[in-house]
Design a protein around this ligand. Structure first.
Ligand code: FE
Length: 204
């Protein structure tokens, strides 16, 4: 099986949001979204079983969906895609608006409020058929496709990360952790001298 073949099926990137039982907003970046029919309006989404957003949506049955624009920053995709809402407040750093108690990303190409209708279970995923309760197109009409993300945003970020060094201006320590430096919490300190993240300078 050449799995690259799967990437030839073009699709977009989306951020979904839900509210968990503790009234905390959770969310995820997904690519498996498909319009099934327009009248009645139904779309299908697929979520990995390990995802906390999936776990939440199974229980609460309500979901927001924001269609990402092509200029979406890498950090937004990384935060929603590579971190877990179990441990991270993914919405904290985003410009958002709230509707029906759910979070939506501002400046997205479109917004949809979804209600769970039917759930199918596969080996690793739940597939949800959802009723579209409401939807609205945003001002941005250039959606981010998955391929454009791979080719433009992810590749560019990789090149930038390889070239950019973050250096402690106090002791000269060069950051080499796995987490992108920008994603480190504000109270992170230099492992050598203990100074705050804010004393680090970027060297290209
Ligand atoms: Fe230092």
């Amino acid at each position: 099986m050449d799995l690259n073949a799967l990437f030839k099926i073009s699709h977009g990137l989306y951020v979904i949001g839900a509210k968990d039982e503790n009234n905390r907003w959770v969310g995820s970046c997904i690519d498996a979204v498909m319009v099934i029919e327009v009248n009645p309006c139904q779309i299908m989404i697929s979520l990995g079983k390990n995802s906390y957003t999936c776990e939440t949506f199974l229980k609460t049955k309500a979901l927001s969906l924001s269609v990402l624009p092509e200029h979406t920053p890498f950090n937004t995709i990384a935060r929603f895609g590579f971190q877990s809402s179990r441990t991270t407040d993914k919405w904290k750093k985003e410009t958002l608006f709230e509707k029906e108690g759910l979070p939506f990303l501002k400046n997205a190409c479109a917004y949809m409020h979804l209600k769970q209708n039917t759930v199918l279970e596969t080996a690793t995923h739940y597939v949800f058929l959802c009723d579209v309760i409401s939807c609205v197109a945003g001002e941005c009409d250039a959606e981010l496709t998955y391929n454009a993300y791979q080719k433009n945003i992810k590749k560019k970020e990789k090149t930038m990360t390889q070239q950019t060094k973050w250096i402690c201006s106090v002791c000269g320590y060069v950051y080499d952790g796995e987490t992108p430096f920008e994603e480190l919490p504000d109270d992170w300190v230099c492992p050598l001298c203990g100074e705050l993240k804010s004393v680090f300078v970027r060297e290209e």
